[in-house]
Design a protein around this ligand. Structure first.
Ligand SMILES: C[S@@+](CC[C@H](N)C(=O)[O-])C[C@H]1O[C@@H](n2cnc3c(N)ncnc32)[C@H](O)[C@@H]1O
Length: 233
């Protein structure tokens, strides 16, 4: 796959644990790939601004937060949900960085770490935090809640774009077992999605999308991952 939207640049400012809060054991989603999936979903969307972006397995909100920073001109509101309440709280903390109050709080925390430990990594974090604050053009509107994505999701608005990195493997496996998980997830997302909602699902190579309620707009392979872009039929 050739990148169209994910620029080949240094994304160090987004390193987990530097300014964005880190979830122990959780691997970071590659920023360039996140931006690529978002850009391609936006290309298919009927809207090109005021986007409501949703991730139904948002974990610590890393993917959503990074997209929020990089797409200030097009994203209007961010919604995340996860089955794990601890993740929900972490996602809330990360998404708060998209507001002046949250990023300023983080800068104060980093200052305290500099005073206490005086480590080079804390000075780097401060520089990154100041650069991230410069990227903010507004206080991002966001909502995070606890929900099982394999059951009914209580969402009272139709997202324009749903991007999610599906659980796989030991650390982040599905918290329910039985049946075809991707199919069950898509059954839930069918209820949440509107006619024009574009879905970008990222998964490992073993997971397959074969839900008949959705049509595939694109399928791409990238390293160990695959992503598919879908829309309701
Ligand atoms: C690959 S991680 C997502 C990481 C996230 N994209 C980020 O940027 O931090 C997958 C997440 O799916 C969540 N999960 C597992 N089963 C779930 C379910 N049935 N409903 C909702 N979330 C679920 C896990 O708690 C985990 O946080």
């Amino acid at each position: 796959m050739e990148y169209k939207y994910g620029k080949n640049q240094n994304y160090e400012d987004f390193s987990s644990g530097r300014v964005l809060y880190q979830v122990r054991g959780m691997t970071n989603f590659p920023v360039r790939l996140a931006q690529e999936i978002y850009g391609r979903c936006l290309e298919y969307s009927t809207k090109n601004e005021d986007i409501v972006l949703y991730d139904c397995c948002c974990g610590g909100g890393y993917l959503l937060t990074v997209l929020g920073f990089l797409n200030q001109d097009t994203i209007n509101r961010i919604i995340g949900s996860d089955i794990d309440e601890e993740m929900v709280q972490m996602a809330r903390k990360n998404l708060s960085l998209l507001r002046q109050e949250g990023i300023n709080k983080r800068i104060r925390e980093i200052h305290e770490m500099i005073e206490e430990f005086n480590k080079p990594s804390h000075y780097e974090a401060k520089e990154s935090a100041l650069r991230l604050r410069e990227m903010l053009k507004k206080d991002m509107d966001f909502k995070v809640f606890q929900a099982d994505a394999l059951g009914p999701i209580d969402l009272d608005e139709k997202p324009d774009i749903i991007i999610t990195d599906l659980p796989y493997g030991q650390l982040v496996s599905w918290t329910q077992d039985g049946g075809d998980m991707v199919d069950r997830l898509l059954d839930s997302l069918y209820e949440v999605a509107g006619e024009d909602t574009i879905l970008g699902l990222c998964m490992d190579k073993k997971q397959k999308v074969k839900n008949e309620k959705f049509t595939r707009l694109e399928r791409q392979k990238i390293g160990k991952r695959r992503f598919e872009i879908l829309k309701k039929i």
